[in-house]
Ligand binder design. Sequence first.
Ligand SMILES: [Zn+2]
Length: 385
Amino acid sequence: MQPGSEPKTLLDWLVPQLPNMLRTLETFVCTESPSTEKAAADVCARVIAAEWSKRGVPVELLEQKNRGAHLRVTYVPAKAKPRSQLLVLGHYDTVYASGTLAKMPFRTAAGRVYGPGSFDMKAGIVQALFALDAIQQVGTALTKKIVFLWTSDEEIGSESSRKLLEAEAKRGDAVFVLEPALGTKGLLKTARKGVGEAEIIVQGRASHAGLAPEKGVNAIHEVALQIARVKEWNDLPRGVSVNVGQVAGGTRPNVIPDHARAVLDLRALRVADMRKIEKQLRGLRPVLPGAKLTVRGGFDRAPFEREQSRELFQRATELAKRMGLTIGEATAGGGSDGNLTAALGIPTLDGLGAVGDGAHSPAEYIVARAMPQRAALLASLLLHS
Ligand SMILES: [Zn+2]
């Protein structure tokens, strides 16, 4: 291993950068960027772009009609081999509406840094920025082009960024996702459940509950029978869950309702289980005579199976060891854009971002001390992939 690619060399260079990392994080967190507020998100995209531009690398703002601009940064090292690329992926949007900062200010206490989107996942962007610094300052062995992609709509399903990130992933040999790690131990996410949403809509026939009950078809009764059926698909030990999260229907107690619906959250750890549930959904038939059934939706992000991250995780473990660190792994119940790239068959390692806890809540924080370590781990992975 060349001296400049030794993980410990990168870590030693990054540790004194922590105050600079925190200053950059403050700038990013204090520019609020809710997924659904285009104007605010666009401002944040420019703030983040300005930081990357300082590194003398090409930064593109990919403007969107209804969402904040996506940001693509390309780093081509002098020794780059043609047609070989690594993708570093993340998002700068947050789940917090503008004005949240007033109730949930950026602050540091006892080694923790608080603020909306600090953990999920602006600290991850900062770590990637300083990983690039470390590569430029002390790394010598980089032979692949690196594309950093920071999107604006991951928290609302990646509708405007999906094509772009899938195209960049396909060009690459590996994808490193800077989503937060799992918990304060900083576990990498080596598998994620696939996630979907489905809707069961029942059309019945209205009638007077007292005068002509025989003429009615009760849509609520029908939807209840369907719910009892889908409930049986749950298999928690296998990582399969079907949660009826919403039901609606009916007008008054003395009216036989002609309409009812149920909305389902679907999760599966394996692609085969995802397919099975989708098939079962399509196979639902009405139970009550005269009831009509419509089923919509299905899985949106396929399961990210562990096989897609096995080699990269092993490499990360070895590199971390050379820095004197141990890392663990976990399966996440929630999806991310890592599901999309893993589904394409591209090796993907997720949860490489900040160490902390409390995503999507007022308690969201990161562990400051871990920032240089995680940046060094990313830089090492980029140098050795
Ligand atoms: Zn996230």
